[in-house]
Design a protein around this ligand. Structure first.
Ligand SMILES: Nc1ncnc2c1ncn2[C@@H]1O[C@H](COP(=O)(O)OP(=O)(O)OP(=O)(O)O)[C@@H](O)[C@H]1O
Ligand SMILES: [Mg+2]
Length: 277
């Protein structure tokens, strides 16, 4: 049976597209047949992360309107033959008929037929506004929040958690162990208190990843955490190599350290969640 996963964060620039691409590639490397859906109607980009340069002739609304077949619209990845892309329209306004377009297109694809791969996973990179992302997530079985450990990112995740309907899982992205060492970043247990969501992956801020995006490199192979996350999605119990508690909490020399008991940590949470008000 196909499992539909939606990757969302409610905000822009948190790493949704990069993570969708890398996790999709890793699931494909584990032998799964995977469809990546570009949910950024009006401003598609997922093909750039996948390194697909040509072959996009149709997009989601063409399929839902019956203007093309599934075989016409899907684009096969060049490196992995069991990985496919469903491109977003480049022209439609972001929110126009979003639910109808994507809902119908996904139903047509899942109904299958000749020349239609039987997908194990459909991963949607939810783009656009918070509302658009929630609309696309409502078409999934399994919403996954991309959480960046900064005040705005945590607040967005807390809000989305209450709005997605189904209990989401989370991926922490752009984690920087230096902030943890300085006691600026909440520890993983503190984070779990406030955002009690199952983690699927923890990705560090990583220059190799950034460069892979710029040069069209292979994203999944940049970090073993992509494979780990894919295995956790498949239900395997994979330990987190980067569980923040395990990171040395000694500040690197020259960096000021905010003590554990400092009022600054309390105010970190108060600022984000207006606790005690
Ligand atoms: N862990 C990371 N390490 C380094 N760079 C990262 C990391 N995660 C994301 N980035 C960079 O951040 C930028 C934004 O990432 P991405 O496009 O995936 O975000 P997005 O959530 O899809 O944005 P949008 O909402 O605009 O679609 C990219 O240039 C990407 O390379
Ligand atoms: Mg994106």
């Amino acid at each position: 049976m196909t499992q539909r996963i939606a990757i969302l964060s409610g905000r822009g620039g948190t790493g949704k597209s990069l993570l969708t691409c890398g996790i999709g590639e890793a699931l494909a490397d584990l032998g799964k047949t995977v469809l990546l859906v570009d949910g950024s109607q009006g401003l598609r980009s997922l093909e750039l992360y996948m390194g697909i340069q040509e072959g996009i002739l149709y997009s989601v609304p063409d399929l839902s309107a019956g203007k093309c077949s599934v075989a016409d619209v899907l684009v096969q990845d060049e490196a992995r033959t069991n990985l496919w892309l469903l491109p977003a329209s480049q022209n439609l306004p972001t929110d126009q008929n979003l639910k109808e377009n994507y809902g119908k297109a996904l139903t047509i694809i899942q109904d299958g037929g000749e020349d239609v791969p039987a997908f194990d996973f459909i991963l949607t990179d939810c783009g656009g506004s918070l509302e658009s992302q929630l609309t696309l997530a409502s078409l999934s079985d399994r919403p996954v929040l991309v959480v960046t450990p900064d005040p705005a990112g945590l607040r967005a995740a807390d809000k989305l958690r209450k709005l997605t309907g189904k209990e989401p899982e989370m991926i922490i992205n752009r984690f920087d162990s230096r902030d943890l060492a300085r006691h600026i970043l909440p520890s993983f247990h503190e984070l779990q208190d406030i955002l009690p969501l199952s983690p699927l992956g923890i990705f560090e801020e990583n220059d190799g990843l950034r460069q892979a995006v710029l040069t069209g490199g292979d994203i999944a192979r940049e970090m073993p955490e992509f494979n780990n996350t894919a295995e956790r999605i498949l239900g395997q119990n994979v330990p987190f190599p980067l569980m923040p508690e395990q990171v040395d909490r000694e500040a690197p020399s020259g960096m000021p350290q905010v003590p554990e008991s400092s009022g600054k940590r309390e105010s970190f949470w108060n600022r984000i969640f207006s606790r005690g008000k």
